[in-house]
Design a protein around this ligand. Structure first.
Ligand code: ADP
Length: 225
């Protein structure tokens, strides 16, 4: 079943210097529970498409349809951990904001905190709860950032080149680790990357976008062996 559909999305950016067409005509469907990669060259409009899916950018034309109300989680290129907060309180950031905004009842908030602590322990950060981000490796930081995103229990995860700030060798194993966590947590994911081998390694389906303005140029199902 499709959880989300994009129908004939077009996006033009208007600036004083002129108009940039970022997305020409993109239609695609996101299936419940899959990891879908959007792969294309830098500057082709991938982040714009992700922002449109996330409701942060309005398309110039076309529509985004959701099968049901969903909570979205977003993980950007850099981990954006706060250096002055320890790993545990970094991971709790989303639920703290939720608590203030939606006045989460105390018992629910305590359950959320326990859920985060359990995840940090399960994913190998149990000994680092009170360490600061600067004391962690790039891979551990990325895991902490993912747990911060998962902490608010999103239905759909939007990942925007989440490994691009890591060096090549670190990227390979961090991509494996992060994919394993996402699969264990049974999340529906849209993963944006310019790296086709990374897309094939992490996803169930790959949609290849053309150079700017983005169009869908191919679609591949990935058979997991
Ligand atoms: P990608 O993620 O594939 O690198 P982007 O979606 O970031 O591509 O950008 C696609 C094109 O749209 C680029 O030419 C970029 O300069 C332009 N663009 C992106 N965001 C804006 C914006 N807010 N205002 C104007 N142009 C933008």
């Amino acid at each position: 079943m499709n959880i989300l559909e994009l129908n004939r999305i077009v996006k033009n950016y208007h600036e004083i210097s002129g108009e940039t067409q970022a997305i020409a005509d993109v239609s695609l469907a996101l299936r419940d529970g899959e990891i879908l990669s959007l792969v294309g060259p830098s500057g082709c409009g991938k982040s714009t498409l992700l922002s449109i899916i996330g409701g942060l950018v309005k398309p110039s034309s076309g529509s985004v349809l959701l099968a049901r109300p969903v909570k979205l989680g977003y993980m950007p290129q850099r981990d954006h951990l706060f250096e002055w907060r320890d790993i545990f309180s970094n991971a709790c950031l989303g639920v703290e904001i939720q608590k203030r905004k939606h006045k989460t009842p105390k018992t629910v908030h305590q359950e959320n905190i326990k859920f985060i602590k359990d995840m940090l322990i399960q994913y190998g950060l149990g000994d680092f709860l009170h360490h600061y981000p600067s004391q962690l490796s790039g891979g551990m930081r990325q895991r902490a950032a993912l747990i911060r995103t998962l902490a608010v229990k999103p239905d759909i995860l939007l990942l925007d080149e989440p490994f691009s700030a890591l060096d090549y060798q670190t990227r390979l194993y961090v991509a494996d680790e992060i994919t394993a966590i996402i699969r264990q947590q049974k999340k529906t994911v849209v993963f944006v990357t310019h790296d086709i081998s990374e897309a094939i390694a992490v996803s169930d389906r790959v949609i290849v976008l053309s150079g700017r303005p983005a169009r869908v140029s191919a679609e591949h199902e990935i058979e997991l062996t």
